[in-house]
Design a protein around this ligand. Structure first.
Ligand SMILES: [Zn+2]
Length: 510
């Protein structure tokens, strides 16, 4: 709350008058999938938990360097990561001042950049830069450096942008073209990225002037880490309870030091796509004891995924993949220990799934002796449907009811589906009719086949209806009074139901 009030104050005071404010440019590279493919869409940019990241300046005055160090170190209070500022040699993060704008590569994406090039930039930082601006920008850019992404581009944000005003604003403030504004402000990430909930107080959120939205929504200049930022980064880089609370180097205590944990998405092994985890770690004081290297899977809100076939599971019946590791020495280094789980072993329905995974090492007493922290990702499985909203019209010339399901379907171009409408009386007993061919009564339903023509296909939201079911009035009974009906529609693929609507109602006077 305190942050929010402070931020609002900044908005009203300085929003349109402060030309020295610079918005951060998004340098994120997002992995994408082809049409119709299932898999993980996210950037995979988390460093190994408990890492020390080296940081080197490529220029900048001593004053500015000290300021950047001061605010970068703030993250160390909430993330089990250390920033070690070095004078010479290779560094994980290189900070320059001569390129345009403020920006940073996200997390381990910095590894793709040559050592002689910078991975983070603060254009125009000098002794005259306001303290609050340095603080805000450094916290934000080091958030990127830890793997966090822009909060205003979260698909969960639902910001109702006033687009012409947004283009005009960023043209004036940043000299950005409409295309740059699309990329940096308006476009949302296709999936939830590292952040599971939308957090308008996040340091990773751009400010939004109320004039830039259709409903007056605004976000101020966030200048501190929000509670959500601290919680998220603490989950991604947790402080180990075992190694710190039991005094680590005590020879009788089993402990584990993570060297490198990597997660590779969309890996093809043994005829299946899935996720590969590799771990390099050292286990001490557990000679000859059966320890475990394990990855567990959850929804993004922390609910474990349930296992159904005892292929990849933990003792409590949740989805997990793991292997035994038995140290041969009092201090044993395990190198590139590999785990692989096919995506179909996550047992997920069709759609986009926001998920969380944690990788840990356990001792022979099932005590966690090291944790890699939470990694968030979105898994897309098969076609993705929006909510289905049914509308109907009455064709009294041709004596038929026309049912039009309105929905959007993604990731299913040219695939074959059918939509079926099921009809009930008000009391939810099925409407039946006499089938002369069968010589018996049947429940009333009507279906139509369809095949989406685009990667994202929208039905029945335009002026013309392009997918509908014609149901002649003759199929309904004629009690001689007004009768209320209800119906729902379901969509099928290969005989499997993949989406359903809520109830819709209508009446007929017949
Ligand atoms: Zn940024």
């Amino acid at each position: 709350m305190h942050n929010f009030c402070l931020a609002v104050l900044f908005t009203t005071l300085t929003f349109s008058s402060n030309a020295q404010i610079v918005s951060c440019i998004d340098k994120t590279v997002v992995t994408s999938l082809g049409v119709g493919e299932s898999g993980v869409l996210d950037v995979n940019a988390k460093w190994t938990n408990a890492s020390t990241l080296t940081v080197r300046f490529l220029g900048g005055s001593l004053y500015i360097q000290q300021k950047i160090k001061q605010y970068a170190h703030v993250w160390e209070n909430y993330a089990n990561i250390r920033f070690n500022f070095i004078e010479y040699g290779d560094a994980d993060i290189r900070i320059g001042f001569n390129r345009g704008g403020y920006w940073s590569y996200a997390g381990t994406q910095a590894k793709r950049i040559n050592q002689n090039e910078q991975t983070m930039n603060y254009e125009g930082f000098n002794e005259n830069t306001r303290e609050i601006e340095i603080k805000r920008a450094v916290l934000h850019e080091f958030g990127h450096a830890l793997g966090l992404l822009h909060e205003h581009k979260s698909p969960l944000s639902r910001i109702q942008w006033n687009k012409p005003a947004v283009y005009a604003h960023y043209l004036q403030m940043q000299n950005w073209s409409p295309q740059q504004v699309d990329e940096q402000v308006l476009n949302r990430y296709s999936v939830t990225m590292s952040n599971k909930d939308y957090d308008p107080a996040s340091i990773m959120h751009y400010p939004i002037d109320p004039a830039l939205t259709l409903n007056g929504y605004s976000v101020g200049w966030n200048t501190d880490l929000s509670p959500g930022d601290k919680k998220l980064i603490g989950e991604m880089y947790p402080f180990s309870t075992t190694t710190t609370s039991t005094g680590g180097n005590n020879a009788s205590t089993v402990y584990c030091t993570l060297k490198n944990i990597t997660l590779d998405h969309n890996v093809y092994i043994g005829g299946k796509y899935g996720m590969r985890i590799k771990g390099t770690f050292q286990v001490d004081n557990a000679q000859g004891r059966r320890c475990k290297f394990v990855t567990c899977f959850y929804t993004s809100n922390g609910t474990p995924l349930r296992d159904f076939n005892q292929q990849y599971y933990s003792s409590n019946g949740n989805v997990a993949v793991g292997k035994d590791i038995v140290p041969n020495y009092s201090s044993t280094l395990f190198t590139n220990e590999e785990l692989f789980i096919p995506y179909d072993e996550l047992h997920l329905l069709n759609g986009n799934h926001s998920l969380k995974t944690t990788t840990s090492v356990f001792d022979d007493q099932n005590r966690e002796i090291a944790t890699g922290g939470a990694a968030y990702f979105t898994y897309r499985n098969g076609p993705v449907f929006s909510d289905i909203v049914n509308v109907q019209s009455f064709d009294n010339t041709n004596f038929k009811l026309v049912v039009m399901p309105k929905f959007t379907i993604e990731n299913a171009r040219s695939e074959q589906f059918s939509v079926v409408a099921y009809f009930y009386f008000e009391n939810e007993t099925p409407v039946t009719y006499y089938d002369n061919g069968l010589g018996q009564y049947r429940n009333l339903s009507f279906s139509s086949a369809f095949a989406p023509g685009y990667d994202i296909t929208t039905y029945n939201y335009g002026y013309y209806s392009d997918l509908f079911l014609n149901v002649p009035y003759s199929y309904f009974p004629s009690p001689g009074r007004r009768t209320f009906y209800k119906y729902f529609t379901a969509i099928f693929k290969d005989g499997q139901q993949v989406a359903t609507s809520n109830w819709a109602t209508f009446y007929l006077d017949k």
